[in-house]
Write a new protein. Structure first.
Length: 446
């Protein structure tokens, strides 16, 4: 008889342990974890936040977001999650969801309110209702757009040129600047200026329409936005049309170099040139814009920018280039810089003080150096034969960067020099001109 009881005892013990495991797992009492990002204190007409919740044991059951004000409760979002498996636990352990708050549309008014985030899990704790984590965050509903207005005057901008505006904005405005059409140029606090005074450098692209709108913009912490026009005058101009005949020798010399860096280029050299002039050029300019999307908050430069000494201009800004081969047009492009030629492998100087943010091979530009001069202003040096600086290095005006060359899509030894404002190519001639700097920058800053 004792031998027959042993299997039953073991089986019973296993059943007991299984029941105990189920009870322990299903009756876990740890509340879900909740995070709100970004931290929100003010809510305007519309503000989007992200709610992240997680429960590693029994899984998420429900997320509820509400706004409460003066006894009124407005449901903003609610999301339920499924359960399954042997223990019927939640399938979703962690979840992030964007939530857009529109308090005025829900009938609330400007003033104090409470943002409540409630998250529940699939635990059997609390009479099978689950553990609940509630976060109450005091917020201020404020739909008033921020104040912003121009302080500087005489905003005369050349087509393809640069501009500067000095303006006043509320102290707590985290984002402000200038829109040129749909392109935004960020503003920065004015150096040594009163609190709430900002400066924004902006660009008027070479191909901007004559009626492109320009206006100041600001967004406050609550998400309210303001767009305010300011006085400006656009000076239009025509750019050169330049025909360039491609020779077999040029294609045989330059295309292998580019194929080496871009193995996906296919076809004969004429076809490769068209791919380079279209696809690779677009990729390169997108890369340049990405590099120039982050800039030092303060100015690093002083005075007019240096022009390459004893150099003849071989190509001008915004030249409309028509490329021909065997007498037939095969492609077109716009030249977004100035080509300067002197002797071969001449030393290239930094046009102004700044920080090196890129060095390396960059497609049509060949060996390239890009410098950040602060507040969205950049200079680019292309086709170099050698580079003597490295990213992160601070460089003084006139310091050597490398030597001129013919790398990239260059037909001979020269420097391709570009200036960019907020990632937009602009005419370098303005930045070489001390009178332009005096009238359009220094006088406004003073």
């Amino acid at each position: 008889m004792p031998k027959s009881r042993l299997p039953i005892t073991v089986f019973g013990l296993l059943i007991f342990l299984l029941i105990l495991a189920v009870v322990v797992l299903k009756f876990e009492f740890f509340k879900p974890e909740v995070r709100i990002a970004p931290d929100v204190n003010r809510v305007g007409t519309e503000k989007t936040i992200t709610i992240t919740a997680q429960d590693r044991l029994t899984g998420l059951r429900e997320i509820e977001v509400t706004l409460l004000q003066g006894g009124k409760k407005v449901e903003v979002a609610r999301q339920s999650f499924p359960r399954g498996g042997l223990l019927l636990r939640g399938i979703i352990k962690s979840h992030s969801t964007p939530v857009t708050l529109r308090p005025l549309g829900a009938g609330l008014v400007n003033g104090e309110a409470v943002l409540r985030v409630s998250v529940r899990d699939y635990s059997w704790w609390g009479w099978f209702s689950g553990n609940r984590r509630i976060i109450d965050k005091k917020v201020s509903i404020d739909s008033r757009p921020p104040d912003v207005y121009a302080l500087s005057t005489a905003h005369n901008i050349n087509l393809g040129g640069s501009g500067l505006i000095v303006y006043q904005a509320e102290n707590d405005v985290p984002v402000s600047g200038v829109y040129v059409g749909k392109k935004f140029y960020r503003g920065y606090p004015k150096p040594e200026g009163p609190k709430g005074v900002y400066v924004a450098y902006f660009a008027l692209p070479w191909d901007a329409p004559a009626d492109v709108p320009l206006y100041l913009a600001a967004r406050d912490e609550a998400g309210n936005t303001a767009r305010v026009p300011f006085a400006y005058r656009i000076k239009t101009r025509r750019f050169r049309v330049d025909k360039i005949a491609l020779s077999p020798a040029f294609l045989q010399t330059k295309m292998p170099e580019l194929i080496q860096h871009y193995p996906d280029l296919k076809g004969n050299y004429e076809e490769v040139f068209v791919q380079v002039n279209h696809k690779i050029r677009v990729e390169n300019d997108r890369k340049v814009a990405e590099i120039c999307s982050r800039s030092e908050a303060g100015p690093l430069w002083t005075g007019a920018f240096l022009r390459m000494q004893n150099a003849a201009p071989m190509g001008l800004f915004a030249d409309q280039r028509i490329y021909t081969y065997n007498g037939q047009e095969i492609d077109r492009a716009v030249h977004l810089g100035i080509d300067l030629a002197s002797n071969e492998r001449v030393p290239i100087q930094a046009a102004n003080t700044g920080k090196i943010v890129f060095t390396g091979y960059l497609g049509i530009y060949g060996n390239t150096v890009i410098m950040d001069h602060g507040q969205g202003i950049f200079s680019l040096y292309a086709h170099l034969s050698s580079i003597n600086v490295a990213p992160g290095q601070m460089v003084e005006k006139g310091m050597g960067l490398g030597c001129s060359g013919a790398t990239g899509l260059a037909g001979g030894d020269h420097l391709h020099f570009s200036m960019l404002v907020g990632g937009t190519f602009v005419n370098p001639v303005e930045w070489w001109d001390k009178h332009w700097i005096q009238d359009n920058v220094l006088l406004k800053l003073s």
